[in-house]
Design a protein around this ligand. Sequence first.
Ligand SMILES: *Cc1c(COP(=O)(O)O)cnc(C)c1O
Length: 459
Amino acid sequence: MHHKVIIEPFKIKTVEPIYMTTEKERTEFLQKAHYNPFLLHSDQVLIDLLTDSGTSAMSSRQWSAMMSGDESYAGAKSWLKFEKVVKDLTGYPHILPTHQGRAAERILYGYLGGKGKVFLSNTHFDTTRANIEFSGATAIDCPIEEAHHPSMDYPFKGNLDVVKLEALIKQHGSKNVSAVILTVTNNSGGGQPVSMENTKAISKVCKKYGVLFIIDACRVAENAYFIRHREKEYENRTYREIAQEMFALADGCVMSAKKDGLVNIGGFLALRDNEISDACTNMLIITEGFTTYGGLAGRDMEAIAVGLEEVFEEDYLKYRIRSTQYLGEKISQMGIPIMLPVGGHAVYVDSKALYPHIPVEQYPGQALVCELYLKGGIRCVEIGSVMFGKYDDKGKLIPALMELVRLAIPRRVYTQSHVDYVVEVFQEIIDTKKSVRGLRITHEPKFLRHFTAHFERLG
Ligand SMILES: *Cc1c(COP(=O)(O)O)cnc(C)c1O
């Protein structure tokens, strides 16, 4: 008997209270936070969909593993356990533990980068791009054309354009291309998956030109789910085998364990090449820590070792992807314009289509972010002109390509009734959309302004 309802494949052992608030209280909180939810206190938030990074709930197995963390400086048992799990999964011989993903990026891309060097990717995640540009190198995105159309349904919208890739390698000269970075799933591109067929084609081009091929594996398990269900020849493979095959096609990976590692902090760098690994190990020791702990406590390595196994469990991944799709399907059916198809870790709302009466200079995405908080205590983030907008010489806004709002789903944290609540709040968003007004920025820092900018509501 097949049941329609997919239940959370876990029971809850520890609970954390959600502080209930009224719309009147939230109006005051948001005003004090200058209409920027990054400046809210977490106990002022009912459902926190700001990010899926480091916000996972750990399992009882992970918590008990943490108690057996070995905190020895060198050769800790916890390190050996962590190293074995990562080696078995990736197949790479050199494993470098780091405190989170960007530390692995800084070490690898700092070594490979520098002035005149180029990195190519389906889409560089913001910390990836920042580390590459900080080294003096250039980061070029080459996603497939389909990725630019929010409402176009396509099974592997995270793919990299292989024709463009080869042209770019020829244009810059293979010696100047430091690496091709394949981000799975493509976070900045809407959490969209990358196919194995695409990965194979990229691998072939990289081999042909002798270019290093790195996987940004933050969400490699979620990506494996999509491959199995959308690429016919993988329908009978396990999720773990699919991830292993993907790693086998590349020369190394960086991973933030704060995503598919199912932990609150941690990451690693894994490499095939001895020479690159030696150079990176020097940098690891100087900036993170000794080779057998890097930036991590023994207990963190224990939790990651267990998390990297749990994340490939059938029931877990089915629940994970289905719960994200459930939210996307429900609000889409109700008429909320979203990015299609729904990706693995988040639902992206097209705020420009929802609020056509708000010009981009008045930040329709930020307006929706504020409405979701006021109406329902839901916290999420604008991914549009607040985050990526720039100014021209005359101080006029050069808007981002899209005005999206991201609802990221923390792993194993919220139940279906929480999601149903979010859906209900979206009905209110539809009912009141005509009366919503935009915002004006009253204070902004030079870099990464979305984190700390202040806004004012327009009347
Ligand atoms: C989160 C993330 C990173 C950076 O990892 P941190 O642990 O936040 O430093 C890199 N790449 C992608 C695709 C990510 O999602």
